[in-house]
Ligand binder design. Structure first.
Ligand SMILES: [Zn+2]
Ligand SMILES: [Zn+2]
Length: 133
């Protein structure tokens, strides 16, 4: 699959959609307990872009947000209709997009975040990632 500099994403029901373009700042695969809870999966896939590289195509006002109380900087944004994770602006000003909602391949490699904090039933992600290349 060819990597792309311009990516599109949408939620499960399609009401919330967006596009973004590189250069991408960071593509994090995070296995921490918060990311597992917020996704219901073994890890989250988060692509970070500058706000000027990101545009809403539809449904910006059909989103909900949940942000943990300070000093936490963790939160979640979701489609009010289908509950899928959708992008949100982080406290540091980045747009954080759940890359699992994008069908195209970004032209940036993932970085494993929090490698020590993972589930017991899903381990050795670094080896799995290496084998996939
Ligand atoms: Zn939706
Ligand atoms: Zn995390």
């Amino acid at each position: 699959m060819q990597t792309k500099n311009k990516l599109n994403g949408e939620c499960l029901c399609g009401k919330v959609s967006w596009e973004m373009h590189g250069p991408y700042e960071f593509f994090g695969i995070c296995q921490c307990s918060r990311c597992r809870k917020v996704t219901g999966a073994a890890f989250a896939t988060n692509l970070f872009v500058k706000p000027e590289q990101f545009s809403w195509l539809s449904g910006k006002n059909k989103r909900g947000e949940y942000i943990l109380s300070p000093p936490n900087t963790f939160g979640n944004a979701f489609c009010n209709n289908c509950g899928s994770r959708v992008p949100r602006q982080t406290a540091r000003g980045w747009m954080l997009a759940p890359l699992g909602s994008t069908m195209e391949l970004p032209d940036i490699d993932p970085t494993l975040v929090c490698p020590e904090d993972h589930t017991d039933w899903f381990t050795n992600l670094e080896e799995i990632l290496k084998k996939g290349k």
